[in-house]
Design a protein around this ligand. Structure first.
Ligand code: GDP
Ligand code: MG
Length: 219
């Protein structure tokens, strides 16, 4: 479709919480027990038909979650229209880092109150290893006014729902005056260029499987 809007969204959170696995499950309905670590920033394209009947191109920016990619992540957040913030229900640090690290990181780039964010507690299938109760995460989500879902990229439970929640919020807010856009208007072209340049430098590990493909999804 010509002039089809493109919405960049990003997925952030500690390493090994299952960010890449969530994207693979959403875009390809697959799960890999031996997922290779993400290097820098990677991206996936998807077409999603939303409740308003329109089809939107979504660029899902996947991040490594490591300190050395901090500035790349900050730049990426500036151009994103929505964020999936991920912790693992089996990893206390990944939950504790939501506020001490990731909310601060978002606030360094955009106003956390001014961008749609869905909080995801992943690895829901590992109930025996759970260390973060759903209620604690719900309280955290309420405090920051985030939508919240527990998911499993292994079984696929709630994965589509989490992405669709975010995409619907992004599309809903598209006609609103976006203060972040005004704030970053002059920087966006440069950032876009930088990210494209970075992508050419982000080499996948030789054994990393390629999952990039486009398909249509309903919202
Ligand atoms: P990322 O670093 O956040 O991108 O995490 P990955 O997607 O690379 O996943 C890290 C590890 O956790 C991999 O071994 C995945 O197979 C595993 N994993 C990811 N999501 C789930 C899940 O929902 N359930 C289970 N049991 N394992 C998962
Ligand atoms: Mg990854």
């Amino acid at each position: 479709m010509l002039n089809q809007p493109l919405y960049p969204i990003s997925i952030i959170g500690d390493s090994s919480t299952g960010k890449t696995s969530l994207i693979i499950q959403f875009t390809s309905s697959k799960f890999d027990e031996k997922m290779s670590a993400t290097i820098g920033i990677d991206y996936f394209m998807e077409e999603v038909t939303c409740k308003d009947g329109n089809t939107y191109k979504i660029k899902i920016m996947d991040t490594a979650g490591q300190e050395q990619y901090h500035s790349m992540t900050l730049n990426m957040l500036k151009i994103c229209k929505g964020i999936l913030l991920v912790y693992s229900i089996t990893d206390k640090d990944s939950f504790n880092n939501l506020e001490s690290k990731w909310i601060n990181e978002i606030n360094d780039s955009v106003d956390v109150n001014n961008i749609p964010i869905v909080l995801i507690g992943n690895k829901k299938d590992l109930e025996d290893e759970r260390v973060i109760e759903e209620q604690s995460a719900r309280e955290f989500a309420n405090k920051f006014n985030l939508k919240f879902l527990e998911t499993s990229s292994k079984t696929g439970e709630n994965v589509d729902l989490a992405f669709k929640e975010l995409i619907n919020e992004v599309v809903k807010s598209k006609n609103n005056v976006n203060k972040n856009e005004i704030k970053n208007e002059n920087q966006n072209q440069n950032i876009n260029n930088n990210i494209n340049i970075n992508q050419t430098y982000i080499l996948k590990l030789d054994n990393q499987k390629m999952y990039k493909k486009q398909k249509k999804k309903g919202c």
